[in-house]
Design a protein around this ligand. Structure first.
Ligand SMILES: [Cu+2]
Length: 361
């Protein structure tokens, strides 16, 4: 009896010693992680983090201020929200579209339930607002950098060198720059910050979508924007979460409502860093695909596209049968870490196939 008692005692003491050792090692690790870290990225560039390191598990313990989101972002609202700017006419009749974009780098976003991450933002959200214009319009962006680091806006598309947002660094604490260019070419393009290290400014969230419509327009459709993105919350140059429009599993838990025989048009942009490719697979259907959206004639009829960084395009499809359909990364690791969604297709018996009406297919 006595012997087994002392055995239990010894076992308990050993457990306590091991646990304490583990605790201190762990805590030291976490504290060490809070200091500036220098690491070499997958692409070979040397990065020094300028923000605080937030361990997703211990964020609450070490950074009690990071327990509340300061970002208001609704993926369902973002999905179909297009910003056309303040519209006026120039003396020669050209349409001028003015946008104000404010950069900040102190926002906290709940990027996954319970995981609070310091994002860098355009107009307070990740992704930033979807900017939309028609080919030939003048786009004027009044850019204000209210952040604590230099930032810029670099638009993909065609514009003069000084409007490229690369060498004209906009200083922190209220720096301003006006980007002005003619909208073009037709298509879907990303915009993002281009201050070094660019990788960090992108993975922190400084990106958005810029759509240029053809003058003649595209056929009416239920239009959506999907930014394929991820978050590296522990700064090891690997993403911890993946998503369409920032929040992992959001459209799986909140299916996107669409109707049978209605033309769906998705502007899809891949902004995932670190991983060389991303992809998108649509279930029980195929879609017409316009790479970069620059042509009005689709290049592919497929159920699967593969996209590298900033690669993008326009998808068009409709569902014939009502029901619940998945769409997700066919890189299964990404879908298991959040990049998965559902279309809830509602029956719309009076609607004739819009694909057939618009394209004769
Ligand atoms: Cu930046």
């Amino acid at each position: 009896m006595k012997k087994s008692h002392s055995r239990i005692m010894i076992a308990s003491i050993s457990v306590i010693i091991v646990m304490s050792a583990l605790y201190f090692t762990f805590t030291e690790d976490i504290i060490a992680q809070q200091e500036d870290t220098v690491f070499v990225t997958h692409s070979g560039s040397v990065i020094k983090t300028t923000g605080e390191i937030i361990d997703p598990v211990y964020s609450t313990l070490l950074n009690p201020e990071y327990t509340e989101s300061t970002v208001e972002f609704d993926p369902m609202e973002y999905l179909r929200e297009f910003n056309y700017g303040k519209v006026s006419q120039l003396p020669d009749g050209t349409t001028l579209r003015e946008f104000t974009i404010i950069a900040e780098d102190d926002k906290i976003m709940e990027v996954s339930p319970g995981v609070f991450f310091n994002v860098w933002t355009f107009n307070g959200t990740v992704p930033g607002p979807t900017i939309r214009a028609t080919e030939g319009d003048i786009v004027r962006i009044n850019f204000i950098n209210n952040g604590s680091k230099p930032h810029t806006m670099h638009f993909h598309g065609i514009h003069p060198a000084e409007m490229d947002g690369v060498f004209e660094i906009v200083g922190q604490g209220g720096g301003r720059f006006t980007y002005e260019f003619e909208a073009g070419p037709v298509g879907v393009h990303p915009y993002h910050c281009h201050v070094m290290p660019v990788e960090e400014h992108i993975v922190r969230g400084m990106y958005g979508v810029y759509i240029v419509d053809p003058k003649e327009g595209r056929p009416a459709a239920d239009e959506m924007v999907m930014v394929l993105n991820g978050f590296d919350t522990d700064f090891d140059t690997e993403n911890n979460f993946y998503a369409a429009n920032s929040i992992p599993f959001y459209y799986q838990n909140n299916p996107i409502q669409i109707n049978t025989n209605e033309l769906i048009r998705i502007y899809v942009v891949n902004m995932v860093e670190f991983d060389p490719i991303n992809n998108l697979h649509l279930h029980a259907n195929l879609f017409y695909y316009y790479p970069t959206g620059t042509s009005l004639v689709p290049s592919f009829y497929t159920d699967m596209i593969t996209l590298s960084q900033t690669e993008r395009g326009i998808m068009e499809f409709e569902y014939e049968y009502p029901g619940k359909y998945l769409f997700h990364a066919h890189k299964i690791e990404f879908s298991e870490k959040g990049w998965v969604g559902i279309f809830q297709v509602n029956d719309n018996p009076d609607q004739k196939s819009q694909l057939e009406i618009e394209y004769g297919t």
